[in-house]
Write a protein that binds this ligand. Structure first.
Ligand code: SF4
Length: 335
C-alpha cells in the first residue's frame, strides 16, 4: 500500500528577526507571570525552538510529555508540541484545559492514516493486534489496541503474545526497525514523517567520513534506519558506533557516553538541548535541513497569546477519548 498523495500542507517558518535577547527576555517574563496567574504548566517537545523550551516547565519527547501531563496538578496545560500530542494530553487529563498555541501544528506522519483506512486495514487482518505509534489522531488511537512511542515501541511489541499477528502504523521506518529487532509477524503501514524520511544513508556516509570517531545516534523514524541497521548488524570494519534511540534516549546517551563527538540523525531542534546540557561535547546534525515546520509554528508569541486568550482548547469527544485512553494507558504502563 503506497501513500503517494500529499495529505498535508507545510506551514511557513516564522519570522524570527525580532527575537533579540532583550525582546525574548521581556516576552518570557510576561509568559511566566501569566502562567502563574492561569495556574498553567508549559510542556515543550524537544523539537521546539530554544526560546520556547526556555519558558517550559518540562521538555521531553512524546512519552515524557504524556507522563508529565498525567502527573501535573496544574489546571491548564499549554502544550508546545503538535496537535496529536495535545489530543493525547486531553485524553489522559479530561479534567484539565489543554491549549495548543498554534492550530497549524499538525504532523505529516499523523496524516499518513485516517480512521477509515485503519478500519479497512483491520478488516483485511481479522484477529491481528493493532499497535499505533503515538503520532496518530485520537480516532486512530481509539481503533488501536496499543499505543507506543519510539521510547517503548519494542517493549510494547514484545509484550504481545508471540502467536499474534501485529498491524503496526503509521511509520514504515520504525515498523521495519521493530520487525527486524523482534522478528515478529508484522504488517506495516507505509506512512512516514517528511522530516525524518529525508535523512538518508548518503547523509550518514558524508557525515561519518568527516567525523569517523563520532557516536552515531539515529531516530528510528529516519529514512536511513534499515540500511544503517543492516550495516550495524554486519559489524563492518570502520562502522561507527550506531545507536537507534528516541530523542529522550539520545539525550540520556550523550550524558552517559564517554565519546566527545556525536552525529545526530533526527530533527535538529534536539541539538540545542544537547549542547546546553553537555557544553564540553560536540554535536553534528546528520542533515541540517531536518526541520519540522509543524513544530516550529509554536513561538513565544503564540504561547503568550495562548495564555492571554486561553486558545486553542483541544478536546476529544468522550466516546473516542474513552477508547483511545485504553490504548494510551497500555502504553504508559509499559514504560
Ligand atoms: S518531526 Fe515528523 S513526526 Fe515529528 S511532528 Fe514533525 S512531522 Fe510529525
Amino acid at each position: 500500500m503506497q501513500l503517494l498523495e500529499k495529505r498535508f500542507e507545510l506551514p511557513v517558518l516564522p519570522d524570527r528577526r525580532y527575537w533579540t535577547p532583550e525582546y525574548l527576555a521581556s516576552i518570557s517574563k510576561t509568559i511566566r507571570e501569566l502562567k502563574l496567574a492561569r495556574q498553567a504548566v508549559i510542556l515543550a517537545h524537544n523539537y521546539m525552538w530554544d526560546p520556547v523550551k526556555e519558558v517550559a516547565d518540562f521538555v521531553g519527547d512524546s512519552l515524557g510529555l504524556s507522563q508529565q501531563a498525567s502527573r501535573t496538578e496544574a489546571k491548564t496545560i499549554v502544550f508546545c508540541g503538535v496537535h496529536f500530542m495535545a489530543e493525547t494530553a486531553a485524553i489522559i487529563c479530561p479534567e484539565k484545559l489543554v491549549l495548543l498555541p498554534e492550530l497549524k501544528a499538525g504532523c505529516s506522519l499523523s496524516s499518513s492514516i485516517t480512521v477509515e483506512e485503519l478500519r479497512d486495514w483491520k478488516a483485511l487482518h481479522a484477529g491481528a493486534i493493532v499497535v499505533s505509534y503515538v503520532n496518530t489522531s485520537a480516532e486512530v488511537k481509539a481503533e488501536s489496541d496499543y499505543c507506543c512511542t519510539s521510547s517503548n515501541a519494542e517493549k510494547v511489541i514484545r509484550s504481545i503474545p508471540p502467536h499474534k499477528k501485529i498491524l503496526f502504523l503509521p511509520d514504515k521506518f520504525l515498523g521495519y526497525y521493530l520487525a527486524q529487532r523482534t522478528g515478529r509477524d508484522m504488517e506495516i503501514w507505509q506512512g512516514q514523517c517528511h522530516v525524518h524520511a529525508k535523512i538518508n544513508a548518503r547523509d550518514i556516509d558524508r557525515i561519518m567520513e568527516a567525523h569517523p570517531y563520532a557516536d552515531l545516534l539515529i531516530h528510528p523514524e529516519c529514512g536511513c534506519v534499515s540500511s544503517c541497521m543492516y550495516r550495524a548488524l554486519q559489524g563492518l570494519p570502520g562502522q561507527p558506533k550506531t545507536y537507534f534511540l528516541s530523542t529522550e534516549g539520545m539525550t540520556r546517551h550523550v550524558r552517559q557516553s564517554k565519546a566527545t563527538e556525536f552525529a545526530v540523525a533526527t530533527e535538529i531542534g534536539i541539538l540545542d538541548r544537547m549542547r546546553k546540557e553537555n557544553p564540553d561535547k560536540h554535536f553534528i546534525p546528520v542533515n541540517e535541513n531536518a526541520v519540522c515546520e509543524f513544530m516550529k509554528t509554536i513561538t513565544p508569541e503564540s504561547i503568550l497569546r495562548s495564555l492571554e486568550e486561553m486558545v486553542h482548547p483541544i478536546t476529544v469527544p468522550s466516546r473516542v477519548a474513552h477508547k483511545a485512553r485504553l490504548a494510551i494507558e497500555r502504553m504508559l504502563a509499559l514504560t
